[in-house]
Design a protein around this ligand. Structure first.
Ligand code: BV8
Ligand code: ZN
Length: 240
């Protein structure tokens, strides 16, 4: 822990990848917690089945019920000390890029400025017809599935499995990982690609990689330092 605090202080360029684990202490259930009531397991459906274009084409109402349920959960969630610590670290660092897989918007709410949202935002809705995109924070949504003024059906502004990540955002994330001399991997099971590829990219470009998680992941034995514990507790200790 002490060494990592020094690395943080001396780093000239920091890149961070966060996953659902950083929002767990805000009461937003993780994807693969697997316990009933998490997005990973909702009404006997798994996230990987519902978060796909196929599921939406087959049953837009069911997929929207899942997102509406998650939106209502997230609307009640507040950023936790881990989110605030990352926002404070950004304010103090020379170069700091926060890359997140989360769609809950809690990093922005905690004051993080330079946030790359690899998988989009649960608050954005996009029209399948006219492709217009707007932020809509109403929970619950007035109608399911929600409709655009043009009559088209709206979809959640997130990246589903099998869909490409926004090209510009992915390029910026890759660049930040390559140029970082310190890379923090926080609260992610590191099973979803291409996001999970960022830590190895940073490592092979010469960065020190530090992982913060309550449990080991597939990347834990190929990084420089593994700090075991809840990010809401460890991050404030690291960044204070
Ligand atoms: C792509 C948005 C190609 C939606 C998400 C086979 C078939 C089809 C595809 C694939 C395949 N094999 C591989 C793929 C590629 C696929 C993939 O990686 N699949 C995995 C499952 C194997 N990837 C894709 O499809 C990507 N696109 O490849 O496109 C392409 C290219 C060009 C042109 C066309 C196509 C798109 C991936 C994006 C999917 N969308 N979400 C929504 O949110 O509804 S992914 C989803 O998983 C969430 O975004 C989530 O963030 C992400 C990753 O999960 P985690 O964040 O890691 O969360 P998880 O629950 O897994 O883990 C929580 C962690 O926190 C745990 O480690 C836990 O220990 C820890 N934790 C818990 N509490 C705490 C904590 N840590 C600290 N403190 C705590 N308190
Ligand atoms: Zn429209």
């Amino acid at each position: 822990m002490h060494a990592v605090r020094e690395w943080l202080r001396d780093a000239s360029s920091i890149a961070v990848l966060t996953g659902a684990g950083v929002s767990a202490e805000s009461g937003v259930p993780t994807f693969r917690g697997g316990t009933p009531g998490t997005p990973g397991l909702w009404k006997q459906h798994r996230a990987e089945e519902l978060a796909t274009p196929g599921a939406f084409a087959r049953d837009p109402k069911l997929v929207w019920e899942w997102y509406d349920w998650r939106r209502s959960l997230i609307a009640e969630a507040k950023p936790n000390p881990g989110h605030y610590a990352l926002a404070a670290a950004e304010a103090r660092a020379r170069k700091f890029t926060l890359i997140t897989q989360n769609v809950d918007g809690l990093h922005e709410l905690a004051g993080s400025r330079n946030v790359l949202r690899l998988h989009g935002s649960i608050w954005m809705l996009r029209c399948l017809e006219c492709e217009c995109e707007r932020e809509d924070r109403r929970t619950p949504l007035p109608e399911i599935p929600p409709r655009c003024e043009c009559g088209g059906m709206l979809r959640p502004g997130v990246v589903w499995f099998g869909e490409a990540l926004p090209a510009k955002i992915w390029q910026e994330a890759e660049k930040a990982a390559r140029e970082a001399d310190l890379f923090l991997l926080i609260g992610t099971s590191a099973v979803v690609y291409p996001a999970a590829g960022l830590a190895p990219i940073a490592k092979s470009s010469g960065a020190r990689v530090v992982e913060i998680n309550i449990a080991e992941t597939g990347l834990s034995d190929s990084i420089d330092e593994f700090l075991q514990g809840p990010s809401g507790e460890l991050l404030p200790q690291l960044i204070a």
